[in-house]
Design a protein around this ligand. Structure first.
Ligand SMILES: [Zn+2]
Ligand SMILES: [Zn+2]
Length: 70
């Protein structure tokens, strides 16, 4: 009884989706259909969040570009 059984390596958990892809940086929720896309860095935001940001004179969290919503 000198041999200890080898435990199989634990399977690695799948890597989380990078936060920069498909997540609105204002509310940290997945951006659904019809997002607002920053023209400068292509970051996606909810249209609602982008509108709120524009009202509050906030810029793109990623590149600082002003929100260019119609
Ligand atoms: Zn959002
Ligand atoms: Zn941007």
């Amino acid at each position: 009884m000198s041999q200890s059984p080898k435990l199989p390596p634990k399977p690695k958990a799948p890597a989380l989706v990078p936060a920069s892809k498909g997540l609105c940086l204002f509310c940290k929720q997945p951006v659904g259909l019809n997002p607002y896309i920053c023209p400068s860095c292509k970051q996606e935001y909810h249209r609602e969040c982008a509108l709120n940001a524009k009202r509050e004179k906030k810029n793109c969290k990623k590149c600082g570009q002003v929100m260019l919503l119609k």
